[in-house]
Unconditional design. Structure first.
Length: 441
């Protein structure tokens, strides 16, 4: 049965539903891809400050040395300029220089209690949103105004829910103990952003960390999966081979063939022995090489990824891949520049915390379908937060909140049932408040 505090949270969330829809649509209309979330992050920082949270952003929230797949300075500068033109506060954008768009809102209720963290991702996808008839965002006037950027994964909803939870917990502050940390993460797409926040120490003091996502396996509004498990560890790399061009007929001996080095590497990357301890994957997604039919190929780019059932298995695949890239470059006497573009840890929910989420979902009586276990089978860099907290002796858990979807994730037709905003805000606020009241776990 619901307790009095939970009833209050449900009431507060219901009152916020219209505002959540309005906020979600505003963010959807102004999507920003990884490390360029200047407007979104500024909006978050402004709202958290108004609610009384201590707000950190820029270099106070991000360790620049661990930012992966960051755009060029020119792209970042243009994105920052666009954000201000679209209503972002210039003073917040200035603090996020260099794409350090992570935001952390902290509120201390008392010194006697746990530190609870909730993570919300903010970035959009590199997708051109459809303008076809029947696409609700287009027909109702909140489709993307930013070229080749779209919220096609629900992160606009995640950010909105995070701000709603922030307001709910602030309203309950007199009844809570310990400390809440609301982590708004950039660059989840491509699993590029979490590590820079973890390496900044953002969750070093956290006892419990929670994350959530709309949809995926839960494609029906009113459903929830409480124990999402099987996060695959992954590493994403770009390998740029550089050789020497030469006339393929008149002077082939003067060339150094980067194309063949890359082809050799691609074949042998897929030949890495799989690991006996669990799932291991590797995939060369792209290979672009050469400059002309009669020219020795002097340049080539491979984009590839490794995955593993856990971080140890992924490290095995990753180390094997790096060895092969360097060996292929040596074999053809070319140079190779290897850049890590993204990554995520392998992780599983803490069982005790997952059971707590299920108990809360059951007791609220608002969900039509409460699923205990749900296999993820993919990668999500929330796993870095969860892995770090668990290694420090704390607990972490990730849930999926059901939502009717107009199309699959990352599709140009993607949209979700906005009733899911309320479901997500309720379960996350109830879980956080229960942990902070020290009554339920």
């Amino acid at each position: 049965m619901r307790n009095t505090a939970d009833e209050k949270i449900l009431e507060l969330a219901d009152k916020m539903q219209k505002d959540m829809v309005k906020m979600r649509r505003d963010i959807h209309r102004h999507p920003e891809t990884g490390w360029t979330e200047f407007r979104t992050a500024s909006l978050v920082a402004e709202k958290l400050t108004e609610l009384g949270y201590d707000v950190r952003t820029g270099s106070e929230a991000i360790n620049e040395d661990y930012m992966m797949g960051r755009p060029s300075e020119n792209v970042l500068a243009e994105a920052a300029k666009r954000a201000v033109a679209q209503g972002a506060a210039a003073e917040w954008v200035k603090k996020m220089k260099g794409g350090m768009t992570g935001v952390i809102g902290t509120m201390v209720f008392s010194q006697d209690g746990p530190t609870v963290a909730l993570r919300f991702d903010m970035d959009a996808n590199d997708v051109l949103e459809t303008t076809e008839e029947g696409h609700r965002p287009y027909e109702e006037g909140f489709s993307s105004v930013n070229d080749k950027a779209m919220h096609a994964c629900g992160h606009d909803g995640h950010t909105t829910v995070g701000l709603a939870v922030a307001a709910i917990l602030a309203a309950l502050r007199a009844d809570l103990n310990g400390k809440i940390k609301l982590i708004f993460q950039p660059a989840e797409e491509g699993v590029r952003g979490a590590k820079a926040m973890v390496e900044n120490g953002d969750v070093d003091d956290v006892d419990y960390v929670l994350g959530a996502h709309f949809g995926f396996k839960m494609k029906k509004t009113g459903s929830i999966a409480c124990n999402v498990k099987g996060f695959l560890a992954t590493s994403k790399y770009d390998a740029q081979f550089t050789g020497m061009p030469a006339h393929a007929g008149a002077a082939p001996e003067e060339g150094r063939n980067a194309l063949l080095a890359a082809a050799c590497a691609a074949l042998n990357l897929h030949a890495i022995s799989r690991h006996s301890a669990g799932a291991s994957r590797i995939n060369v997604g792209t290979l672009n090489a050469g400059s002309g039919r009669n020219v020795i190929g002097d340049k080539a780019l491979i984009q590839f990824e490794t995955r593993g059932a856990n971080s140890e298995i992924n490290n095995y695949m990753e180390n094997g891949a790096l060895r092969i890239l360097k060996a292929a470059a040596d074999m053809y006497d070319v140079k190779v520049d290897i850049k890590k573009m993204g990554g995520a840890a392998g992780a599983d929910n803490s069982q005790n915390l997952a059971q707590y989420i299920k108990n809360k979902a059951d007791s609220l009586g608002i969900f039509d379908n409460v699923v205990t276990d749900c296999a993820f089978g993919a990668s999500e860099d929330f796993s870095y937060f969860m892995e770090k907290v668990q290694k420090n002796g704390g607990e972490g858990a990730y849930m999926m909140v059901g939502a009717d979807l107009a199309a699959g994730h990352h599709d140009s037709h993607f949209d979700f049932d906005e009733k899911a905003l309320g479901y997500s805000a309720k379960i996350l606020a109830v879980c956080a408040a229960g942990l902070l009241q020290k009554k339920d776990l």
